[in-house]
Every structure is written in structure tokens, then in C-alpha cells.
Design a protein around this ligand. Sequence first.
Ligand SMILES: *Cc1c(COP(=O)(O)O)cnc(C)c1O
Length: 223
Amino acid sequence: MSALADRLSAVQGSVADAARDAGRSPSEITTIVVTKFQPVSLIEELAALGVRDVGENRHQEAKAKAEALAGLGLRWHFVGQLQSKKARQVRAYASVIHSVDRASLVDALRSDEASVDCFVQVDLTDDPGRGGVAPEGLDALVEHVLETPGLHLRGLMAVAPLGEPARPAFARVRLLSERIRELAPDATDLSMGMSHDFREAILEGATHLRIGTAITGNRPDAG
Ligand SMILES: *Cc1c(COP(=O)(O)O)cnc(C)c1O
């Protein structure tokens, strides 16, 4: 087996272990392999290993890769901060947008023709620069997504803050998720958990993990 195949199967094993420890079925958890900064050849190798869900965080790079790999049947997840002026272009190749975090972006994603799945990203820090809506603004943003044609709300997305334990942060997201279900009963998914904290995320109910380096190895040009 290649090193990539080894790391993929090790992560898959850890995901299954954590799911069992949480009393959950591994089949309810989708692992998205975040391939930002990685070459197209690595994504081809992942596809050959059975990976179907890949994540990218920059539009230019994501678009080029999605075009180059159009024949592979991959689902592209956009996980990075998204400028409103790029929104329509991202819709064109992304199956899921994980980073909806403000009303102007929701408006830019509006479509009367097609629907795209999305997550509302919640900011768990006090630093507005990191993306995500503050918990105080969450209900209003969720309502705005629900009344906008062309967006299908799957649930909430979050990144654990640096410098504090991940599990209580993910527990906060789980509580927020329960709260927004009063507005959006179907928005039950939780996109949370990265290379270093996916176990804690699974224990708090994550349905979509976004895992990069634990599977891909180090990023060639992490900027
Ligand atoms: C890069 C990135 C990830 C994956 O991070 P790793 O630590 O490499 O697993 C997940 N989510 C987002 C939003 C990212 O930008």
C-alpha cells in the first residue's frame, strides 16, 4: 500500500472507532478529504482509493481542480471563506458550500434554477476575521437561508478555536444545532472535526468531517 492509502485507512479506522465509542454508526459520517494545496495527481490517487468527497478552500484552485477531474464523479465541498462576487462561480462546481456566514453571501448564492446544499458556519471565537456568524446572529441568518431560493440548508459548520479544548467547543455547536432545528427541522447535519480533533467532533455528533493533513500528509505550500 502507498503511504496515502495507509493514512486513509488509518483515519477510516479511527473514525469507525470513535463512531462506535459514541454509539453511532460509521455510515452516518461523511469524511471529506481536504486537498487544498495538493496536486491533482493526489486527488486522482484518492479517487482510485474510493474517496468521493473532497474539500477545497480557495475558488481559483477549486475550480481548476474540479475542471481537470470532471470525469471522476467527485463531490466538491467548498470549505473556505467565500467572497460574494465569487459565489455564483463556486455554485457551478460545488455540491456543498460549508462557509455561509452572512446575509450578503446568501443573497449572492440565490438561484431560481438550481439548488446547492449549504452549511451555516458559526464563529466560536471572538475574532471576526476567522469567518462564521457570531452565535447571536445565527437565528436571523438561518431564517434568511430558509427564505432564499436555491439554497438547501444541511446544518451548521464550525472550526474549533485554537488554544482551547475542542470537545466543549463542539458541544456548543451541538446545542446551537438543536436550537436552530426549531426554525429548520431538517438542518440536522454538523460539519466539524479536522485532522487533530475529529474524534471529539464525532463524540459531539459530527456528520461531516473535513480532514486534510492526517490523510494527505503535509501540504506542499501551506499558505
Ligand atoms: C484546511 C482545512 C481543513 C483541514 O485541516 P487539517 O488540519 O489539514 O485536517 C478543514 N476545514 C477547513 C475550513 C480548512 O480550511
